[in-house]
Design a protein around this ligand. Structure first.
Ligand code: HEM
Length: 704
């Protein structure tokens, strides 16, 4: 591929990673290397059952736009890129894999036992060393990937995240594993049977195979070493994952390493006008770059050691999404970045933040004067979960830096992030319609900061608005550092009246009209298919989270992603295994999936429920997606909720799964209004009280 094609592939994959697919990519690349010797034979393997067909089909969609890369390279590169994009180390990645034609078209003997979640020490060691030639050190480092992502009840039958930062690679997994006594066993019921897993007080889980790392002296010593030193973990992980992805095929690969870093290297201070202050040593600098594909990429550097926050919003910025980078005051831990959940753009697993963070590699891509450097991508047009408008970046962006680390606060925490305090802000940059302007600092810094003018709005007013927002979102601290203010009741310290230009920005109707006017075109992920017109009819809305696409466009994307492919014999069916011998008797059942047809069936059945032609079965655990969608719509949900049920494959087991709190479900199903929430929660409580197949009746604590 040409350099441009690699750039384009990185950009495409980064959209998917931003959409929450990173952990899947990492797992898929590992499973591929482990079962297919890097030839992507895993695609054909029967033991891929815990991979979602939709996810696998998505890879085909990406591939369609990149004819010059093999599927095996694509899968492998996506995994390596995701590690780096989610805060991990860069991986030495090389291209040159050939695609396997069958499950056996691989240098690895696939009849040897594959790893299982129930494996103990011996099986784990045997799998990695016999099949893959990896050492104890490699094994423990690789298992650290479980810091990322989730177990999905509808995929593997296990449920929940391992860490509190499932989209940010850290060594938390090892820190948690140091204390296995903090975990108790729990049983998860699903269509795949009863699975035993471990869970801690915060709802974080471990598989039995993770726990095996605590049961062997050598393994446990490594767990402790990585828990104490994230840099060692990163270095060992990069080495082991890089070699894993070249299992049995290293000799045939290109000599050139393809960078897994998304960020543009920054070695010096950006040119004047982009830093505050503009002369002398900057407090912080922000550069923006329009990639011409609907994204704006911001790169932020600061000499502060607390946090850097980016916020964006149409108009008043209230309730918008914020991304935060921070480093501890001692600098220990290096650069870390995380996202912040605010109200409008919800960040939930599998959906997306308005922001997608791209960490710069701490040592190589950071200007010498900077303590925190990172990049973040923002879609120009996004769709919020509230159905309100996204923004086209003609609104406001703030960049705020502070000398203080964020503090833990469960309310808005996502990916381990916390509460930021307005009082600690050292400087804010606001980018309005008139361009970027530095405007304000906190009490101590304010006097030395100049006040600019933003897009014709008096800077003072704009600053007041920004501060008001930060007071709401970040909970103001008034009584000195280290001391929390009493809870404020609603009204933030804001000017009583906002300037008129800003007032109407926060009006939903106005936003909607702007939205309609501003949308330039859809974000297209993957190939465009002309099959849109023949795509199945749908009375459900599209529930894309960060992309804006008309219904027919979305349908065409869906159709190209999940429509007929020619793998199987029957026309229109994705019949992957029909012609292949089964690898193991137990899991050797062939299956075929036709997503489009399934969705039509789903909608038809839902309609039958809604029309009163069929009624719900008493046994919740047998409910399919249509039954769940009907139940949700009857109890506070709407069409958007039903579409979520459809797209996320929510079946009865999900409603009952103890690892999903009712609050999680309310959130995932986009039940927003207070009244609706009460209705839904009441119905869910009754449903869970009634239980189904012995499911645990008590809610575990939320993990964030
Ligand atoms: C003994 C070896 C391993 C076993 C038995 C195992 C098992 C599992 C299981 C059961 C899941 C949950 C799947 C789901 O429900 O979605 C999972 C997820 C995951 N695994 Fe492993 N795993 C192993 C090793 C690894 C390795 C070596 C890596 C990468 C280096 C890895 C990366 C991941 C990731 C990132 C996820 C999260 C996927 C997501 O969120 O969709 N695993 N693994």
């Amino acid at each position: 591929m040409t350099i441009d094609q690699w750039t384009s592939l990185r950009s495409t994959l980064s959209e998917y990673i931003g959409a929450g697919y990173g952990p899947f990519f990492i797992r898929q690349a590992y499973a591929d290397a482990a079962t297919g010797g890097g030839g992507h034979a895993q695609r054909w393997a029967i033991d891929r059952k815990s991979f979602n067909v939709r996810d696998l089909a998505m890879i085909d969609t990406i591939k369609a736009n990149f004819p010059d890369i093999s599927l095996a390279d694509l899968v492998s590169f996506a995994g390596a890129l995701s590690v780096t994009a989610m805060g991990g180390p860069t991986i030495n990645w090389r291209s040159g894999r050939n695609d396997a034609k069958t499950a056996f078209d691989a240098p690895i003997n696939l009849t040897t036992a594959s790893a299982k979640a129930t494996d103990g020490v011996d099986e784990l060691r045997a799998f990695f060393s016999d099949r893959l030639g990896l050492s104890d050190r490699d094994i423990v480092a690789l298992m650290g990937a479980h810091n990322l992502g989730n177990c999905h009840i509808w995929k593997s039958g296990y449920a929940g995240p391992w860490s509190s930062t499932p989209f940010n690679l850290t060594n938390e997994y090892f820190q948690l594993l140091q204390y296995p006594e903090n975990y108790t066993t729990e049983y998860v019921l699903s269509a795949s049977g009863t699975k035993m897993q471990f869970i801690d007080n915060s709802g974080r889980m471990m598989l039995p195979v993770d726990m095996a790392l605590t049961k062997d002296e050598t393994f446990f010593a490594l767990v402790q070493e990585y828990a104490a030193n994230q840099a060692t973990f990163f270095a060992d992980f990069a080495s082991a994952y890089g070699r894993l992805l070249e299992t049995s095929i290293a000799a045939g690969l290109s000599k050139n390493v393809v960078s897994t870093s998304l960020a543009v290297a920054q070695t010096s201070k950006p040119s004047d006008g982009k830093c505050y202050p503009n002369t002398g040593n900057p407090i912080f600098c922000v550069e923006q770059f329009d990639d011409g594909k609907g994204n704006v990429i911001f790169t932020v550097h600061t000499n502060r050691q607390g946090w850097v926050g980016l916020g964006v919003g149409s108009g008043s910025m209230i309730k918008n999404d914020v991304i935060v980078g921070y480093a501890s005051q001692s600098g220990i831990g290096g650069v870390q970045t995380s996202r912040f959940r605010t109200v409008q753009h919800k960040v939930i697993p599998n959906t997306k933040s308005a922001w997608q963070q791209i960490p710069l590699h701490p040592s190589s891509n950071k200007p010498s004067w900077s303590n925190i450097s990172f990049s973040a991508v923002h879609r120009k047009v996004i769709e919020s979960t509230t159905g309100l408008v996204g923004n086209n970046l003609n609104g406001f962006l703030t960049f705020a830096v502070s000398d203080f680390a964020p503090e833990k606060d469960a309310t808005y925490a996502v990916d381990g992030v916390t509460t930021l305090y307005q009082h600690d802000i050292s400087a804010i940059l606001v980018r309005g319609t008139g361009g970027a302007t530095m405007v304000v600092g906190d009490e101590s810094a304010a006097t030395s900061l100049s006040v600019g003018v933003i897009g014709g709005i008096a800077a003072g007013a704009a600053v007041a608005v920004i501060l008001a927002v930060l007071a709401i979102v970040f909970r103001k601290r008034m009584f000195g550092r280290g001391e929390k203010a009493p809870a404020t009741s609603g009204a933030p310290e804001a000017p009583a009246a906002l300037p008129e230009t800003l007032q109407h920005h926060s009006d939903a109707t106005w936003l909607k009209s702007q939205y309609a006017a501003e949308v330039r075109g859809p974000l297209t992920i993957g190939s465009q298919s002309s099959a849109g017109d023949s795509a199945p009819p749908s009375f459900l809305p599209d529930v894309t989270y960060h992309q804006v696409a008309s219904k027919s466009e979305k349908q065409s994307q869906l159709f190209s992603a999940f429509g007929p492919v020619t793998l199987g014999s029957a026309a229109g069916e994705r019949n992957v295994h029909s012609n292949l011998p089964s690898i193991s008797g137990a899991s050797g059942t062939a299956y075929s999936v036709n997503e489009a047809a399934e969705n039509v069936a789903f909608e038809q059945k839902l309609k039958q429920y809604l029309d009163g032609n069929i009624t719900l079965n008493q046994d919740v655990s047998t409910w399919d997606r249509a039954a769940v969608a009907y139940f949700v719509m009857k109890n506070g949900g709407n069409l958007v909720s039903a579409a979520r049920v459809r797209d996320e494959n929510f079946v009865g087991a999900v409603l009952l799964a103890p690892t999903f709190t009712i609050t999680d479900l309310t959130f995932a199903l986009a039940i927003e209004k207070l009244g609706d929430k009460v209705i839904f929660e009441t119905a869910m409580l009754a449903l869970r009280e009634r239980g189904g197949g012995g499911v645990r009746k008590h809610e575990p604590p939320a993990y964030i």
